[in-house]
Design a protein around this ligand. Structure first.
Ligand SMILES: [Zn+2]
Length: 135
C-alpha cells in the first residue's frame, strides 16, 4: 500500500506489472531493458532497500516463467495425448524456458517492489525506513 490515501493495492500492483514506481506510478525506471535506476526519478524512492532485496524478484521470475512453462506443457499434453508431437512441443517450450526469465526480468523487479510495498511492508511499519527520508 502506498503512503497516499486512495492508492489501492490493485493500483500499486498494476504499476508493478507495467514497470512503474510502486509509490508514485512514475515510468522511466529503466535506463535500458535490464538496467534499473537506483531511485525513482519522480518521488525518489530508493528501490534496493537492502542487500539481497531483489531475491524476491528472482523468486517471482522463477514462479512466473516456471508456471508458464508448466501450464503450457500440461495444456499441450492434454490436447495432444496420446499422439504427443514431441519436437514441435520442444520448439515451443524450450524458448519459453530459455527466454522467459530474460524477457520477464524487469517486470519481476517492479512487481516485487509492488508486492513488497503493497503487502509485506504493511505488516511491519517500522520496516518502512525509506519513508522517513523521502520527499
Ligand atoms: Zn516514484
Amino acid at each position: 500500500m502506498s503512503d497516499r490515501p486512495g492508492e489501492s493495492r490493485g493500483k500499486v500492483m498494476w504499476w508493478g506489472f507495467t514497470r512503474r514506481c510502486a509509490r508514485c506510478g512514475s515510468g522511466h525506471l529503466f535506463r535500458h531493458y535490464f538496467a534499473m535506476v537506483p531511485d525513482c526519478p519522480r518521488c525518489g524512492l530508493h528501490f534496493e532497500r537492502e542487500q539481497g532485496y531483489f531475491a524476491g524478484a528472482l523468486a517471482i521470475n522463477i514462479m512466473a516463467t516456471g508456471g508458464l512453462f508448466a501450464v503450457s506443457f500440461v495444456i499441450a499434453l492434454a490436447l495432444t495425448i496420446p499422439d504427443i508431437p514431441v519436437v514441435p512441443l520442444l520448439v515451443i517450450l524450450i524458448p519459453i524456458a530459455l527466454f522467459g526469465p530474460i524477457v520477464f526480468y524487469p517486470f519481476s523487479k517492479t512487481i516485487w517492489i509492488a508486492v513488497d510495498r503493497g503487502f509485506l511492508q504493511r505488516l511491519d511499519p517500522s520496516e518502512r525506513a525509506d519513508e522517513r527520508f523521502g520527499p
